[in-house]
Ligand binder design. Sequence first.
Ligand code: SAM
Length: 213
Amino acid sequence: MTQEKEDKRLDLQAAYSVRTPAENEALYAAWAKTYDESFAAASDYIFPQQVARVFHEQGGHGPVLDAGAGTGLVAEAIAARKTCLMDAFDISEPMLSIAKAKGVYRRLVQGDLTQKLPFDDGSYASVVSAGTFTHGHVGPEAMDELLRVSASGALLVLTIKAELYEARGFAATFSDLGMQIYDFQLQEVPIYGAGAQSSDTLDAGLIACFRKT
Ligand SMILES: C[S@@+](CC[C@H](N)C(=O)[O-])C[C@H]1O[C@@H](n2cnc3c(N)ncnc32)[C@H](O)[C@@H]1O
């Protein structure tokens, strides 16, 4: 397959069609090399910058865990304003290998957000995530582990695809967390900027921002 044909096959529809962690691994293994150009630049993907904006507004600091770090766009956006100690976690080794080359992470760890995370309790002062709580990727079941590895008072800034917020149980999960979290805020933000070209790119996203008790 030519690179052009391959890039067309690897689009938002393909990303939203995956169902399992294994399918995610296969999709992103094929997409890693061209993700930044064929997807992020071409669709003016600004979710990572939105996460970085909220992180800095809320006084976020390291060590930071980037959950579903991919090629490192969130760390680049955070570092554009202030350097922070950041670790990357993602199921896709090829995506992490692109991120590694950018030199924006202390450690890059391959693994599955739907399983127990390979980090000690309270390891992180912040957790950030962009584009990972979306169709066929990761659901609210990851929240318990993200909170376990967060320190008391840690800041969490996570994007969630808007139409999945109620439908996939994110709203219920945050409500059930009760006193385990505080200062919960939800804001709707554009996922794509003015340079977006396809109708998919009109989609809105949510940013959930809260702290661990
Ligand atoms: C749309 S990309 C977002 C990457 C990056 N955060 C960004 O905004 O560009 C989604 C990422 O989630 C990762 N992912 C999907 N399922 C996962 C899982 N179960 N555990 C860990 N990472 C996962 C994919 O490998 C991919 O890098």
